[in-house]
Design a protein. Structure first.
Length: 252
């Protein structure tokens, strides 16, 4: 079996409150790219996971990641291979999307997804939806015309801890999320304080229809009106910043 762990984007992300248990109440619009990590499974006795791909090294020494936790919860016996194509700690769903791919393979439930992490239920759906609570209270929504939109993902090579970015949020509720294009990402300011390169990435994407940071960063995305505009922007960013990770895709 083979399943894509679709890259997750937050088209907008409003942080409304810090809860007593340390978690945060948010309002967000999730969207997903056509591309991402790739998980394959070959039936066999026992459970194993081999990580390959350009970002495999970032998971060295991680013996109990979310893919294995999901597999154990379902009693899966298989030789799993994860082709890690997306940067780690990058605001793209990462391990949550990988675990969700495993759940789709073996018909895991949304209830199980919720026990694995706040983003896993949305990644299990991998379609446009509104998330509230910790991001796990989901409502699928229709945003006509958005599917197929060219999107450019750019990461400056700086990993950002989700916990650290949320901890650096200033605690100010700047209001509810309405129209996503008029919205914002309330984690951008703390992310930029921790990783100033986020601001450079957003500036590099300034020619897009919309440029915004995804999740807790440091990946930012640009939505474009046409494939040609997106390709031109990708070539420019790669030329100006050869050490950044740049990926071309489309929204699902």
């Amino acid at each position: 079996m083979r399943e894509i762990a679709y890259a997750k984007l937050n088209l907008a992300l409003h942080v409304r409150a810090r809860e007593p248990d340390g978690y945060h109440r948010i309002e967000t619009i999730f969207a997903f790219c056509e591309d991402g990590d790739v998980l394959t499974a070959r039936a066999g006795e026992g459970l194993s996971l081999t990580v390959t791909g350009p970002f495999a090294g970032a998971l060295d020494g991680e013996a109990d990641n979310l893919v294995l936790k999901a597999a154990r919860a379902l009693g899966v016996e298989a030789a799993l291979t994860l082709d890690k194509r997306l940067p780690v700690a990058a605001g793209l769903g990462g391990g949550s999307a990988d675990a969700a791919a495993l759940l789709r393979m073996y018909e895991g439930s949304a209830a199980l997804a919720a026990t694995l992490g706040a983003d896993v239920p949305a990644c299990l759906l991998s379609r446009i939806c509104r998330g509230e609570g910790r991001g796990d209270e989901l409502e699928p929504i229709a945003l006509p015309g958005l599917a197929g939109t060219p999107v450019l993902l750019v990461n400056p090579g700086v990993p950002l801890s989700t916990a650290s970015v949320f901890a650096a949020w200033d605690g100010i509720d700047r209001g509810p999320l309405g129209d996503w294009e008029a919205g914002r990402n309330d984690l951008e300011a703390p992310a930029r304080a921790l990783a100033p390169a986020v601001g450079e990435v957003l500036h590099a994407l300034s020619g897009a229809r919309l440029a915004r940071m995804s999740g807790s960063g440091a990946t930012c995305f640009g939505l474009f009106h046409s494939e040609a505009q997106m390709i031109a922007a990708a070539e420019r960013v790669r030329g100006d910043f050869p050490h950044w990770w740049v990926s071309q895709s489309r929204l699902r």
